[in-house]
Write a protein that binds this ligand. Structure first.
Ligand code: ZN
Length: 248
């Protein structure tokens, strides 16, 4: 099947600052027709990371950095999972089947892997190699404040695997600013669940973390702008105080 829409967008392509922001779940777009029963999920966290695309745009602009984001829903294919991983293409949500993912042929699965997942990740690889000084990778995500009937109280999760010092430095700056920050929460970065950051960070031997923002703090344009301003200051402080942690 041929798709005309681009599976990714590059944010502030003219910039080449010290961070490369990525957003694997930026969009709720489905490049296919879908049923009424699918529709209930499309404005929810099941389909995309609410608030992340506008937040990333603020950060890229103010910090003179580039960003790459998906232009397809995680329900179409999940760009933050390995192509080999279970759940790459979900067939149902809590018992409700997703009509567009039923009985996919091997060719249809390969098509999504090649035209969406691979093209998105190849773009990230190309951007990293185009940087004169390799960037630090920051994968941007958001999480739903209520999961399995439990309230997740933290504002921001900083997820890391090998870059523990960097994660602690960023977390302490954000905590000093009054955010409720947790390390490797709501899930651990050590379980292969921060696929995008892990893959490109490891392949290029550059530092990487994943940020998870509570959707309750970025649920309106005003809140996103306010969080963005605090994040911009935090990243500037990080560069000022901890540049040695990311220099090669
Ligand atoms: Zn996400």
């Amino acid at each position: 099947m041929a798709y005309t829409a681009n599976p990714f967008s590059i944010i502030c392509p003219e910039n080449s600052g010290p961070f490369l922001f990525t957003a694997e779940h930026a969009s709720n777009h489905l490049p296919c027709s879908y049923s009424e029963s699918d529709q209930q999920f499309l404005q929810t966290h099941w389909a995309f990371d609410i608030g992340i695309a506008p937040l990333m745009k603020h950060l890229c602009t103010a910090l003179s950095c580039r960003g790459v984001q998906t232009e397809f829903s995680r329900l179409w294919i999940d760009a933050n999972r390995s192509p080999a991983q279970e759940g790459l293409i979900k067939t149902e949500i809590q018992g409700t089947p997703l009509s567009f993912n039923q009985n996919l042929s091997p060719t249809a699965r390969e098509d999504r892997k090649n035209n969406f997942h691979a093209r998105y990740h190849n773009t990230i690889s190309d951007i990293i190699t185009s940087h004169a000084t390799p960037p630090m990778l920051i994968s941007m995500h958001s999480f739903t404040p209520i999961w399995n009937n439990r309230l997740r109280e933290m504002d921001i999760g900083v997820l890391f695997d090998r870059d523990e010092d960097i994660a602690h430095a960023l977390a302490s700056i954000l905590q000093d600013d009054g955010f409720f920050v947790a390390l490797n929460q709501p899930y651990s970065g050590k379980n292969g669940l921060i696929y995008a950051a892990d893959r490109h960070g490891t392949e290029n031997n550059i530092p990487y973390v994943e940020f998870e923002f509570n959707q309750s703090i970025i649920c309106s344009a005003e809140r996103i702008a306010a969080v963005a301003n605090r994040m911009i200051q935090a990243f500037q402080k990080f560069l000022h105080k901890y540049a040695h942690l990311i220099s090669q």
